[in-house]
Design a protein around this ligand. Structure first.
Ligand code: Z5A
Length: 212
C-alpha cells in the first residue's frame, strides 16, 4: 500500500507575529513525536528567482510592481515538484508564508485588486491548514522596531492586514486564526493541536488545488 501523504500546513500573519519562531517549533515537535516534517519559507531566497526578490526586498534593486508579484508566484511554482514529492513521501511541510502573503501584499499597493493578485497562484498545492497568527499593531511594536526592508511600515502593514481579512472570508480554505499575543509556548500548543488534526485528516485525502 502507498504511504499516507503528508499535510501542507501554512503559517501566515502580520510582521513579527512569530511565524518563523512557530514554524521551527512545530517542525521540531512533529519530528519528536515521530511525524516526518520539514520547514519551507517563501520567498525562498536561495534560488535565482529568490535572489531577484531578495534584492528587491532589501531595496538593492527596483522592480515594476506586477513583475515582482509574478516573481513571488514563480518562486512558489518552482518549488511545486519537490513539494509534491515530499508530501507523497509522507513528509508534512510547514510553510512560512505562501500565496496568501503574495495576494495580500501586492493588493495592498495602489492600483491592484485582490482578484488579479490571486490569479497567478491558482492551482498551487492547496494547504490542508492555514493558520493566521493574529497580533495587533501595538503588540507587534513591543517586539521591536520595523526592519529596513521594503513593506516594513505600519501604514502598509495595516493595509496588508485588511487584505488578509478579505482572504480569510474564503470558505474553500481551511483558515484558523491563532491568538499570537500569548507566550511562545501557548501559541505553539494551539498550533500543534490544529496541525495534528490536519495531518490526520490529510492522510486520507487527495492534495487539492488552491483557489480552483
Ligand atoms: N512577501 C510578498 O510581498 N509577497 C509574497 O508572495 C511573499 C512575501 C511570500 C518577506 O519577509 C517579505 O516579503 C514580507 C512579505 C513579502 N514583508 N514584510 N513585511 P520575510 O518572510 O523574510 O520576513 P517576515 O515574514 O517579514 O518576518 P517577520 O514577519 O518579521 O517575522 P515573523 O516570522 O512573523 O516573526 P519571528 O521572526 O518569529 O518573531 C519576531 C520577533 O518576535 C522575534 O524577536 C521573536 O523572538 C519574537 N516573538 C515571537 N513570538 C513571540 C511571542 N509569542 N511573544 C513574544 N515575542 C515573540
Amino acid at each position: 500500500m502507498a504511504c499516507k501523504r503528508g499535510a501542507l500546513i501554512v503559517l501566515e500573519g502580520v510582521d513579527k507575529a512569530g511565524k518563523t519562531t512557530q514554524c521551527k517549533k512545530l517542525v521540531q515537535a512533529l519530528q519528536q513525536c515521530g511525524r516526518p516534517a520539514e520547514m519551507m519559507r517563501f520567498p525562498d531566497r536561495s534560488t535565482t528567482i529568490g535572489q531577484l526578490i531578495s534584492a528587491y526586498l532589501e531595496k538593492k534593486s527596483e522592480l515594476e510592481d506586477h513583475t515582482v508579484h509574478l516573481l513571488f508566484s514563480a518562486n512558489r511554482w518552482e518549488m511545486v515538484p519537490s513539494m509534491k514529492k515530499k508530501l507523497e513521501q509522507g513528509i508534512t511541510l510547514v510553510v512560512d508564508r505562501y500565496a496568501f502573503s503574495g495576494a495580500a501584499f501586492t493588493s495592498a499597493k495602489p492600483g491592484f485588486c485582490l482578484d488579479w493578485c490571486m490569479k497567478p497562484d491558482v492551482g498551487l498545492p492547496k494547504p490542508d491548514l492555514v493558520m493566521f497568527l493574529q497580533l495587533s499593531p501595538s503588540e507587534a511594536a513591543l517586539r521591536g522596531q520595523f526592519g529596513e526592508e521594503r513593506y516594513e511600515t505600519s501604514v502598509f502593514q495595516r493595509a496588508v492586514q485588511q487584505k488578509f481579512e478579505q482572504l480569510m472570508k474564503d470558505p474553500s480554505v481551511n483558515w484558523q486564526v491563532i491568538d499570537a499575543s500569548q507566550n511562545i509556548e501557548g501559541v505553539h500548543n494551539n498550533i500543534m493541536d490544529h496541525s495534528l488534526n490536519a495531518i490526520n485528516t490529510a492522510q486520507n485525502q487527495l492534495l487539492g488545488e488552491l483557489w480552483k
